[in-house]
Design a protein around this ligand. Structure first.
Ligand code: F6R
Length: 611
């Protein structure tokens, strides 16, 4: 939440900052602003999407300079208007500050500053930080010292960047529980909420740890902890280039990212299976062979990926798996032991609820493993081990390709642990590996139904409510499909376990109610197929309009479905990866048919870095 970029170097800051903000806009789009030092410090900021700031900079240009900071906001304290937009000013307008996070004790510091004669213009907690750092700068005469003295006062989560008119060529940043990474250039340096901020200019990056302060100039980078001790930051190389974060000719990032679902699975598998054995560089399954319980902690779509993973890991590795929403896990005193493995799943690696769950799990003695899509992110750094998903940058706010990559990584984890603990059936495991390797090509064929799904969505543009039924691994897919419809198309959508239908939800069925049904394969060993076909008959008898996502050639479904979206023949654990794609496409197309912004749905931000 909130995107942050900082720059010092020979280029004009404005272009660097606006380019970086464009790639960070998925983090929040309530307002945007920049502060640039030329002869003096100047700021421009506007409520609304980045384009409104761009327009403002055309209407009311500022003198470009070589030092600057930029911000795109997801509002927490104060309405999303021009005044509450960042940067905020301190030291009589000479210091500019941008902030991501929440300063929990802002009221107490504000009272102190007001008593000191400081006048506030905004309703934000961030302006408090600007005035406090400004006051500390006047006292110390040094930006890094001013930051150090100020962060010692703050409670909560924050990434802060500051520039001061009297210190051109210097940007100082600090972080606690919110993200910040350094981009290393030649004669120039960058700071960003994530590498997307500067990937156009450099792929050499440094990760900044918790409670650290960084000072960049064109030729130097120095990092200290909040006590002032020097720290050596950890280097990493960005593995994707700027073009990966462009739309590349697609109508939206979401359309592009759905088209990349096959590649997300293939790239997450790449180099990790050798002769039927899962070998993940940097991950040692033997370290987890004694694990007797797994708890997946995650939020939203990532939690639904965890739920799919539960079915597979329990079957393959014979270990009980629970899936918990991160924000529930840490407040209920969970029973864990040193043989419990907490697996966090997060695309961004920055979701505050999940980060806090991981920290809590470590405090109470569990082992932690992160499944994450973002290099240099906080959650993997706070975990004992990491398996990266390689879905590439996901820019659309609603997660799609990361979801199938997360399921793939969870499957790899399940197979790896089963191979290490000896509880898995070798024949089943080798079939699972083989099925996974075949999945990307099958996904390609599902993508061919785009036109059919677009037509369906146009036909249903006025639909107010959609129900989705699934069973076994189809159940989490029903939940995921419903979440996408809520967040993209703003309609009421519910996912149900099909077996639960008669226990209540069937009361919702009335003539014309649209129900998607994810139909298990007729070859399903548990005979779930016939049970779900029975469910279809039950809802059809009550007037539902049924759209079945069913295996190609499934003749049993045809007489009862109004529409069938066929998916290719696959094993039961590959079916969810295939079945979710039509639901992703449908939610996107329905939103598009309603004229909505599919990449930046209202009220949301991609990386939820506040609790
Ligand atoms: C839904 C969506 C969210 C995220 C959730 C977790 O489309 O994108 O539900 O899945 O906020 O985010 P990460 O995976 O970054 O922890």
């Amino acid at each position: 939440m909130c995107g942050i970029v900082g720059y010092v170097g020979p280029r004009g800051s404005q272009e660097v900052l606006l380019g970086g903000l464009g790639r960070l806009e998925y983090r929040g789009y309530d307002s945007a602003g920049v502060a640039i030092i030329s002869d003096e410090l100047e700021t421009r900021k506007r409520a609304g999407k980045l384009q409104t700031l761009r327009d403002e900079l055309v209407a009311n240009p500022l003198d470009d300079g070589h030092t600057g900071i930029g911000h795109t906001r997801w509002a927490t304290h104060g309405a999303p208007n021009d005044v509450n937009a960042h940067p905020h000013l301190g030291d009589n307008g000479k210091l500019a500050l941008i902030h991501n996070g929440i300063i929990e004790n802002f009221a107490e510091i504000k009272a102190e500053l007001v008593a000191d004669g400081v006048e506030f213009v905004s309703e934000t907690d961030s302006e408090v930080a600007a005035h406090l750092v400004g006051r500390e700068y006047r006292r110390t005469g040094n930006l890094t010292e001013a930051m150090k003295a100020s962060v010692a006062r703050f409670d909560g989560a924050f990434t802060l960047l500051i520039v001061h008119e009297e210190s051109p060529g210097v940007v100082v940043g600090a972080r606690r529980n919110s993200p910040l990474v350094i981009g290393l250039g030649k004669g120039e340096n960058f700071l960003g909420s994530d590498v997307a901020a500067f990937v156009e200019y450099t792929s050499d990056a440094l990760a900044i740890g918790q409670d650290q302060i960084v000072t960049i100039t064109p030729d130097s980078v120095s990092v200290i902890d909040f006590d002032g001790n020097a720290v050596t930051p950890e280097p990493f190389t960005v593995t994707w280039d700027a073009s990966a974060a462009d739309k590349g000719g697609w109508s939206s990032f979401m359309a592009k990212e759905i088209s990349e679902e096959p590649a997300a699975v293939a790239d997450t598998l790449r180099g990790r299976v050798k002769d039927g054995v899962v070998e993940i560089p940097g991950f040692e399954p033997a370290d987890f062979a004694d694990v007797d319980r797994i708890i997946v902690v995650a939020c939203g779509t990532a939690a639904y990926a965890g739920l799919v993973g539960k079915y597979a890991i329990e079957k393959w590795a014979r270990i009980p798996v629970d899936v918990e929403l991160s924000h529930e896990f840490r407040y209920r005193e969970p029973v864990i032991s040193d043989r419990t493995l907490i697996v966090s799943v997060s695309q961004s690696g920055e979701t505050m609820d999940t980060l806090m769950a991981v920290k809590y799990a470590r405090e109470i003695g569990a082992r932690t493993l992160s499944i994450c899509n973002t290099q240099g992110a906080t959650i993997p750094r706070e975990s004992d081990a990491v398996i990266y998903t390689h879905a590439g940058p996901e820019v659309a706010v609603a997660s799609t390709k990361a979801f199938v990559a997360q399921i793939t990584a969870l499957y790899l984890l399940g197979i790896a642990i089963a191979q290490a603990n000896g509880k898995g059936d070798a024949r089943i495991l080798s079939a699972a590996v083989h099925d996974l390797e075949a999945a990307p090509a099958l996904l390609d064929t599902v993508l061919r139904h785009g036109e059919h799904i677009r037509t369906l969505a146009k036909w249903m543009a006025d639909t107010q409510a959609v129900l989705i039924l699934g069973r076994h691994v189809g159940f989490p897919i029903a939940l995921e499909g419903a979440l996408k419809l809520k967040e993209l198309a703003y309609i009421h959508a519910e996912g149900f376990a099909a077996g639960e239908l008669k226990h209540g939800p069937i009361a919702l069925i009335e003539p014309g109610q649209v129900v998607f049904v994810i139909v298990p394969s007729p070859r399903d060993p548990n005979s779930l197929h016939s049970k779900v076909v029975n469910n279809i008959q039950e809802i059809r008898a009550r007037g539902a309009r049924v759209i079945a996502i069913a295996e190609q050639g499934d003749a049993a479904v045809l007489p009862y479905a109004d529409e069938v979206i066929p998916i290719p023949l696959a094993s039961s654990f590959i079916e969810p990866i295939l079945a979710v794609v039509p639901l992703h496409m449908f939610a996107m197309e329905l939103a598009a048919a309603k004229g909505l912004d599919v990449d930046q749905p209202r009220n949301l931000a991609k990386s939820v870095t506040v609790e």
